[in-house]
Design a protein around this ligand. Structure first.
Ligand code: 5GP
Ligand code: ZN
Length: 114
């Protein structure tokens, strides 16, 4: 039996629409469907791994998602600050088990997060 493709893999394959912001050979960035800040972009590796820790096995791909997030933050003019979030596991609220960074900015971000 073939396992159903994960949601973000479907976006990567073009089977599901997304508001794509930027892409590289290793990563894709698109706007979150339920934005929590004026800028809320998801940056994902093309490789399917469950979380950022698993992506650490692939140093070049990990570096690519971080570098892409930083470069988009510049484009979005988040010079006053932004936050990169990687929810990992159910208690942290991870709902899609394909590694991703949330790039959040454009408003004051409270600390500690909820
Ligand atoms: P997590 O909760 O796993 O850290 O983040 C998953 C994110 O994916 C959530 O912020 C959620 O709003 C977003 N999301 C879920 N489904 C879709 C979708 O179909 N398209 C887009 N663009 N974002 C989605
Ligand atoms: Zn996936």
């Amino acid at each position: 039996m073939i396992a159903p493709m994960c949601l973000f893999c479907r976006i990567l394959e073009g089977e599901m629409a997304a508001d794509v912001v930027r892409e590289t050979g290793l990563s894709l960035a698109f706007r979150d469907i339920n934005p929590q800040a004026p800028t809320h972009i998801l940056v994902i590796p093309r490789r399917h791994v469950a979380n950022l820790f698993e992506l650490a096995e692939y140093a070049g791909e990990l570096a690519d998602v971080v570098a892409l997030a930083g470069s988009i933050a510049e484009e979005e003019e988040l010079d006053k600050g932004y936050r990169l979030v990687a929810n990992t596991g159910s208690q942290a609220g991870q709902s899609v088990y394909h590694a991703h960074l949330h790039l959040l900015g454009g408003r004051d971000l409270g600390w500690p997060p909820g």
